[in-house]
Design a protein around this ligand. Structure first.
Ligand code: MIC
Ligand code: SF4
Length: 641
């Protein structure tokens, strides 16, 4: 029998394991990317491994998250990142050059290669036929050092697209439709491989919108075949030589199949506060909109921006609505400047922001109290915009632009005659903001400002763990709940003692204080705990506060791996009903923990009231050794010694 595309790429990179769904495999990583908010830690970790030069084919360090520079912290981070990149063989993309995923697609992505990135939206690269996976910074550091990446072989789901999108229905509606059907948990342990006749109707940036937001399904990644459309995109980027055709064999088998008839889709919107809370735009038409934001790694391509400009041309943004746009990259901004599209936007009354993540992660443009803000982004978690009671809706650039004119949410099908936005024959290519590594690394001094604090390390696991339940939370807790971002907290990413003060701040402002008073303890959660970002700070900062184990009904993939990497035990209830038996303030003791997790069987714990509690783990034998060593860094250093 033939192979699907995922099997082809993984088998050609397989270091160990067998490609049976659920079994642990190790794969060779060709390329890595980091962004500044996760990158500083990743490079400190890489440095701690003592490897002089990266061993990947290509590693790129982007600066796109912390670009506000309201104090010295972000600029210190940028300088550190630039110098350490230069010293260790890493390309450095300067602040202002754009969002990591957009630039990687434009300038570096290669079909059939495997990319590991310290950002959960790394799967954007699937739009150009890469297997692109998001991971914690430490996993990326190990990959830069030449180590393989470990994961459980996902189930492969064929998403069969047929037909063609109708006017004013866009790629965003395809992924919103999947979120509507499958929810934010629906993709856990799966890779979505797109196929069918409908694929050929979608350009690379449209495909990238879909693979980008596949992260919101909880999927390991999503991927499109590399076809004529991919070749057209790559040659317009001056990279035709790097193109190769790649797709599934005709007789390939899949673990599951989902059918989507593109011609039946309608404009959709995700309502607050979850990307899967999807309804038809039509059903909420007329809702007053205070703010509109167009951009982010999901929808900031040349095609998106040009479409928006064409809708705005000759019209004005509504007097009571603010419209902010952030083009995804310098290339995009430059091209809309040259074509005149930028001028059309300005004339319409747009606020133009830097080519960076910006409002998507609460870096500026926080909406007014209780405001309605509609965005082309990928996440609308509560408080993420920087305003705790703001209501964030997610939709297509077309719908966002038209609603900005109307001042109320409006179905984009009312815009009128369909638009045609052709892809450029040749993009404007100027890589001058991508700085190659030094040819004389011995001469490069790595500059660290006071914001770069040393990495906290953890001791190997003791024989027993005991402590208090510091916090109990419900289902679908995001990493934005655990370790908030935003303009005030993000600049502390390189300073764990300082950022640890903010853990769970929006859920319970006393969390950090209580954890310190109790010398750490346990967190109890519901299902899909830790969905969202790849930020390892959501594990590293709780580790610093002494959290020993997190006990839940289930975990999201990247956060689970991050907990293991930092030596925090991720455990689940053997009987989910026990979740109801535990309350905040309970004391839990797990004796003989080393032997218990090694034996692989159920783990016996006890509460102060004397009640027994049965827990389970799904650690692989390698992950057990990592936990015993006190985390991946200790484990890697031990094994390299
Ligand atoms: C996000 O979209 O949540 C982020 C900010 O890009 C994160 C990374 C981070 O927290 O630094 C992600 O998606 O991984
Ligand atoms: Fe940046 Fe937002 Fe994309 Fe995260 S989701 S990489 S914050 S643009």
């Amino acid at each position: 029998m033939g192979q699907n595309m995922v099997q082809k790429v993984i088998s050609s990179h397989l270091v160990s394991g067998r490609m049976n769904a659920g079994e642990e495999i190790a794969i060779k990583i060709d390329q890595t990317l980091t962004q500044d908010a996760t990158g500083t830690m990743a490079y400190l970790q890489f440095e701690a491994m003592g490897i002089p030069r990266v061993k990947t084919e290509l590693s790129v360090s982007y600066v796109d998250h912390n670009t506000l520079q309201t104090g010295f912290e972000n600029a210190d981070d940028h300088r550190f990142l630039q110098t350490i990149a230069s010293k260790h063989g890493i390309f450095f993309s300067k602040p202002g050059n754009g969002i990591c995923h957009q630039i990687h697609l434009e300038r570096f992505g290669v079909p059939g290669k495997i990319l590991l990135g310290s950002d959960s939206h790394t799967p954007t690269g699937g739009g150009i036929g890469m297997i692109a996976i998001g991971a914690g910074g430490l996993d990326v550091a190990v990959a830069m050092g030449g180590g393989p990446f470990y994961l459980n072989m996902p189930r492969v789901v064929l998403v069969r697209l047929t037909g063609r999108l109708r006017p004013w229905v866009s790629a965003k509606d395809i992924i919103l439709e999947l979120l509507r059907r499958l929810t934010v948990k629906g993709g856990v342990g799966k890779i979505f491989e797109y196929g069918g006749d409908g694929v050929g109707t979608l350009t690379v940036p449209e495909r990238a919108t879909i693979t980008n937001m596949g992260a919101e399904l909880g999927a390991t990644t999503s991927v499109f075949p590399s076809d004529a459309m991919t070749r057209t995109f790559m040659s317009a980027q001056g990279r035709a030589k790097q193109w190769k055709r790649l797709g599934a064999d005709v007789d390939a088998a899949y673990d599951e199949t989902i059918d989507i008839d593109l011609s039946k889709l309608v404009p959709l919107v995700a309502q607050p506060h979850s990307p899967d809370n999807v309804v038809e735009i039509k059903s909420i038409e007329g809702l007053k909109v205070n703010q509109v934001a167009i951009g982010s790694c999901t929808n900031s391509s040349y095609k998106d921006m040009t479409t928006v400009a064409k809708i705005l041309k000759g019209r004005k943004v509504h007097p009571e609505t603010s419209l902010a746009i952030s083009p995804g990259s310098k290339q995009v901004l430059n091209m809309i400047a040259r074509s005149g599209a930028l001028s059309d936007m300005l004339t319409a009354g747009v606020r133009v922001l830097e080519t960076a993540c910006g409002p998507c992660i609460g870096m500026g443009q926080a909406p007014a109290s209780a405001a309605v803000t509609i965005r082309t982004y990928n996440r609308n978690f509560e408080g993420r915009s920087g305003t705790p009671d703001a209501k964030v809706y997610l939709l297509s650039p077309e719908a966002a632009a038209f609603s900005a004119i109307k001042g109320v949410i409006t179905d984009p099908r009312k815009i009128g005659k369909p638009l045609r936005v052709a892809m450029p024959k040749r993009f404007v290519i100027d890589d001058s903001m991508i700085i190659p590594p030094s040819r004389h690394p011995e001469k490069v001094e790595v500059v660290r400002g006071p914001n770069i604090q040393p990495l906290p390390r953890k001791e190997p696991l003791g024989d027993q763990i005991a402590g208090t339940v510091i916090l109990k939370v419900g289902d679908n807790i995001t990493t934005d709940h655990i370790m908030p971002a935003g303009a005030k907290i993000l600049p502390l990413r390189s300073n764990i003692p300082a950022i640890a003060e903010h853990v769970f701040e929006r859920v319970d402002p006393e969390f950090a204080k209580r954890a310190k008073e109790n010398n750490g303890g346990f967190i109890v959660g519901g299902s899909n705990y830790g969905q969202g970002s790849s930020r390892e700070h959501a594990a590293l900062a709780p580790m610093y506060l002494g959290i020993r184990a997190v006990i839940t009904k289930s975990f999201a993939r990247i956060h689970y791996a991050n907990l293991v990497n930092f030596g925090i035990l991720p455990l689940v209830f053997a009987d989910e009903a026990d979740y109801g038996q535990i309350t905040e303030g309970d004391n839990i003791t797990i004796k003989d923990i080393r032997a218990q997790i090694r034996s692989g069987a159920a783990i016996k714990a006890s509460t102060a009231s004397g009640k027994g509690l049965v827990l389970k783990h799904s650690l692989t034998p390698r992950q057990v050794e990592i936990i015993l060593a006190g985390g991946l860094l200790n484990y890697t250093v031990q094994n390299n010694a």
